[in-house]
Design a protein around this ligand. Sequence first.
Ligand code: C2E
Ligand code: CA
Ligand code: CA
Length: 593
Amino acid sequence: MHAFTYDAVLANDEAEWARDDEADRAPPSPAGRHGWALLEASEGLALHVGLTGQILHATRASGALLGLPYAYLSRAAMRDILPIGEYERTAALWQACLLDGQARRTTVRFTDASAGSRYVDLQIRRDTDESGQASLLLFGTDVTAWMQKLQQLTEQSLIDPLTGIGNRNLIRRRIEQYLAGEHPAGRRLAVALMDLDGFKKINDSLGHGAGDALLKEMAARLRGVLRGTDTVARLGGDEFVLLLENIAADEAAADIVEQVMRICRQPFQLSARQIRVTTSIGLAFATGAQDSDAELLRRADRAMYEAKTLGGNRCFRYSPEFDERLNEQFRIEQDLFEAVHNGELSLQYQPIVSLDGSNLCAVEALMRWDRAGRAVSPEIFVPVAENNGLIHHLGAWVLRCACAQLAMWDARGAHVGYVSVNVSPVQFSHPGFADQVRSAIRDTGVCAGRLVLEITEGALMIDPEAAGHVLTELRALGIRFAVDDFGTGYSSLSYLRRFPLSALKIDRSFVADMVDSPHAQTIVYAVLSLARELGLAAIAEGVETACQRELLAAQRCEMAQGWHYGHAMSPADLEAAFAAGRWRLDAPTLLPQ
Ligand code: C2E
Ligand code: CA
Ligand code: CA
């Protein structure tokens, strides 16, 4: 603050009265004194102002500094040269200064002759003449350049330097401003967060220069789509966000999102190559409840992530139900880690029987999770385990547990033909899978010929060649394979001949529909003939009624499973059924070895 030009001048003049630390000492009236002559020589602002704000005296330099003609300045009042807000703020300061005699300091924005802004770091002091009449002395230095720089810096911290559109700060600020403002009824704020699909591949194969060019072009295209009131920003990487203000109906936001997807799909010309990209968008609306910039961005981000999970190139709209589902999934995921160790998982076994229900051919092992007294369906927790990789662990446990159970029944003299174990596609494509199976039979001493693995068509088709190797390797040990949910997955049948399979399990949806739908009946019939043709066994799943059983019998289906014959049961319940002689156990197996 001692860089004030007038300070130096006054110091030379030994006019110590103007020094900050002695501001309370009343200075002599400057008018007509040689002090003014020296101030004239400085480049700073120096004004002598009366109590009404009338300028009594101004240095010529002050005119130059404020960009005002001297003749005008020397006759003007403070309210003529300050914008109204600035005048009121400054006037309050000098009133206070007049009252207590303490100097005040502030940065003031003056308007110059061309209505531009001049920023002055201003000191306000009280002056009292010989007659005791108070007035004001204003000294200042021009800080316009600094203030402009500051403004520029602030602006820059809202701008993404690569693309020239807004950045995260801008978006946050705009959301805040919107939420704080008043809006027409029924109008809402929508936040669309987009992330390019496979952008890393473009960076990796064409270089970062091309990646940057793509982002710039994308920013330019996005700017073109938006309405005047909307904002676009880059959050970082290949993530953009659109702020759609005052959206009247959900469809209006959907329209804009559709346009965005369209402009993304148009080819990009990058280093003499045409590149095509797709994008995943998460859409969230302000709801009025718990809205904040962070919360809206979080919702849009979650929805965007879901769009990616669903395969990308789409828009997913956030809803509280979706949020709750994700949270529940997260909780399940966390609990699942503990479940195995806490003994919350168990296996139940569903009978697989001859169609008339008299012979027990096998049992299918089905996982159960008792989560704090409530059963969680494998249809819910198996996908979660597939997602976080826990399925390898669970799958290994199921294999071992099912084989051990079979060995135990053997030891008790209850001969169950084989045990059928479900294998998830994720588990199946893991390089350690064959080892898992081998160690399960080795450790439990069960003959490999008594284990059947159920895999889906999808699992076989992820990488048919690798699948072929695993099947062949395990088949050589004597393990057999059944195709689960047959008819719902991959439609190519050619692989059926290529893989060493033993059985097809007809999906329960066809069995359920076959009584009423000739179409479903035809499919069941076709699967049964296909199995016969290829020398495979066929097992009808989900048989619930005698009527379904009759239809299957008429089509010469030999094996079945379903509530008509028996639910999945605990080992103890199953043993009780064995003891009660519910099935013949040692009948010849209907599955070819
Ligand atoms: P899935 O392999 O198709 O198993 C048959 C499902 O149908 C079982 O459901 C069974 O309880 C049910 N079910 C049996 N008979 C009937 C019937 O007559 N009517 C109806 N409506 N349903 C019947 P669950 O136990 O809930 O298992 C669901 C799915 O979870 C299984 O379908 C399987 O894909 C998966 N799963 C179960 N246990 C395991 C496991 O240990 N490992 C893996 N990877 N997946 C498993
Ligand atoms: Ca199954
Ligand atoms: Ca099935």
